[in-house]
Design a protein around this ligand. Structure first.
Ligand code: ZN
Ligand code: ZN
Length: 225
C-alpha cells in the first residue's frame, strides 16, 4: 500500500511538472515572463533551453520572412598595429604547443577556439567541438579545421559540420548572437543598413548548425528556391 502511494505521488509530481512546463511554453511571448525566466536561468536549465530553442526558431523564422527588419551597422575597426608573426596554440588533450602563422587560417582558428569552447555550453542546442586538427601532434590530416557535432535542437539526431575557411569562421559568430536580434554588426567598413541576402545567409547558416536538414524543413526554416 505504501509503495502504491509513493508511485501515485510520483506520478502526480510528474503530471504537475508537465503542466507547469505547458503553462510556461504558452507564455513565451510575455516579456515580463522573459525577465523572470532569465533571473532563474540557473535553476531551470532544461525548461530554459527549450524556451530558448523556441525563441531561436521564432527569431530565425521572422528573419526569413521579414529580412528587411534586420539592420546592419558597421563596427569600428581596430587594427592591431603590429600583429605577432605566430600564435602559440596549446592542445588541451596532449599539452603540446603548436606554432601557427598568426594570419593563417590555422592561426585564426586557434585564436578563436578558446571563446568558441567557452560559448558553446550557453547555446540552447547541444553542440560540441573537436579541435584536434589544430594540434601539430594530434592532427591526423594536418588540415586546420574545427569539427562540430550537433544534437539537432528539434529531434536530437546528431550530425557534423566543419569550419575550414575564414569566411565560415566569420559566420560562426552568428551562432552566438542573442536571438531575436534586430541590429547586427556587419564588421568594419561601410555595410548596407538593410541586406536581405545577408539575412538569408545567416538564417541558412545558423539553421544548418542548430537543426538537421529534415527538421529545417519541418520548422519551415528552408528556402524554397
Ligand atoms: Zn595535441
Ligand atoms: Zn532534427
Amino acid at each position: 500500500m505504501k509503495k502504491n502511494e509513493k508511485i501515485i505521488s510520483l506520478a502526480m509530481a510528474a503530471m504537475l511538472a508537465m503542466n507547469s512546463n505547458q503553462a510556461i511554453s504558452e507564455e513565451t511571448s510575455d516579456s515580463s515572463f522573459d525577465e523572470a525566466q532569465s533571473a532563474t536561468a540557473t535553476n531551470t536549465g532544461a525548461i530554459n533551453s527549450a524556451l530558448d530553442r523556441q525563441k531561436l526558431v521564432d527569431a530565425l523564422k521572422s528573419m526569413k520572412n521579414k529580412p528587411e527588419e534586420i539592420n546592419f551597422h558597421s563596427a569600428m575597426c581596430y587594427k592591431m598595429a603590429m600583429p605577432p608573426a605566430v600564435y602559440e596554440y596549446t592542445c588541451p588533450d596532449c599539452g603540446q604547443i603548436s606554432t601557427h602563422k598568426y594570419q593563417s587560417i590555422a592561426g585564426r582558428l586557434s585564436r578563436q577556439i578558446a571563446s568558441v569552447r567557452r560559448s558553446l555550453p550557453n547555446l540552447p542546442v547541444k553542440i560540441s567541438v573537436n579541435e584536434t586538427a589544430l594540434c601539430q601532434k594530434c592532427s591526423k590530416t594536418g588540415q586546420p579545421e574545427l569539427a562540430f557535432t550537433t544534437n539537432c535542437g528539434n529531434c536530437a539526431a546528431t550530425f557534423t559540420w566543419k569550419i575550414t575557411s575564414d569566411k565560415e569562421l566569420a559566420k560562426l559568430d552568428w551562432l552566438f548572437l542573442d536571438y531575436p536580434v534586430k541590429s547586427i554588426s556587419s564588421g568594419p567598413g561601410r555595410g548596407k543598413t538593410i541586406d536581405p541576402d545577408k539575412v538569408r545567409e545567416m538564417v541558412e547558416f545558423v539553421s544548418g548548425c542548430f537543426f538537421c536538414p529534415e527538421c529545417i524543413e519541418k520548422l519551415q526554416l528552408n528556402y524554397k528556391d
